[in-house]
Design a protein around this ligand. Structure first.
Ligand code: CA
Length: 217
């Protein structure tokens, strides 16, 4: 699973980024302080860092000194009117920047482009007899496309990226639908049933008692 570190002290922005990226099947870690980010970077490798400029502790530019030797790609999150921040970030080796406030789709596109540049994303995923092309968002079995709704596709991708892992209903709901799972909704179960039939995963997509579902390959 691609791991993304989100360094942003504004909680609503941080939450929006985490939710949007999680729904795409990325693993996300949020920190709200520059020093915490530096500590975490020493302990754990990440595939991409989304880095705010103004942070408590040490700022985004100072953090670049920690990040550069690691070779981890960076997208700066900059304030609206700060051209100098953008230029400075790029000069320091950032791969891209995004300006607040941003559209989620733009964020996802930029993340996708940078990950591709570093060959972090394989756009063809093989799972359970299916080929998933994440660029064209097509799902094929033996070269024949299986038409899926957007939610079914997101659901499929989540399992394909996490094979062998028991995923909680709460997690599935949060990643695919966004928002909090109330525990009453049968949305997840109904969509899983339909997805199983459509892609022929009746025996692969197993229910895990009191948890949710697991893809067995
Ligand atoms: Ca900030």
């Amino acid at each position: 699973m691609i791991q993304i570190l989100i360094v942003e002290d504004e909680k609503p922005i941080s939450n929006l980024i985490r939710m949007s990226l999680s729904r795409q099947g990325y693993g996300c870690t949020c920190v709200y302080d520059g020093n915490d980010a530096a500590d975490l970077l020493e302990q754990k490798p990440f595939d991409l860092i989304l880095l705010d400029v103004m942070l408590p502790g040490c700022d985004g530019f100072e953090l670049m000194d920690y990040i550069r030797p690691l070779g981890t790609p960076v997208i700066f999150i900059t304030a609206k009117n700060s051209v100098s921040d953008r230029v400075r970030g790029l000069r320091m080796g950032a791969d891209d920047y995004i300006v607040k406030p941003f559209e989620v789709l733009e964020l996802l596109a930029r993340v996708d482009v940078v990950l591709r540049r570093y060959n972090k994303v394989d756009c063809l995923l093989e799972a359970g007899g299916l080929t998933i092309d994440t660029r064209s968002m097509q799902v094929l079995r033996d070269g024949v496309e299986i038409p899926l709704t957007r939610k079914e596709y997101d659901l499929l991708l989540l399992f394909a990226r996490n094979p062998g892992t028991a995923l909680y209903r709460e997690t599935i709901y949060e990643r695919v639908w966004g928002g909090d799972y109330t525990g009453e909704s049968r949305t997840v179960d109904l969509h899983i049933q339909r997805l199983r039939k459509k892609v022929g995963w009746e025996k692969r997509l197993k229910a895990v008692s009191k948890v949710g579902y697991r893809l067995e390959l």
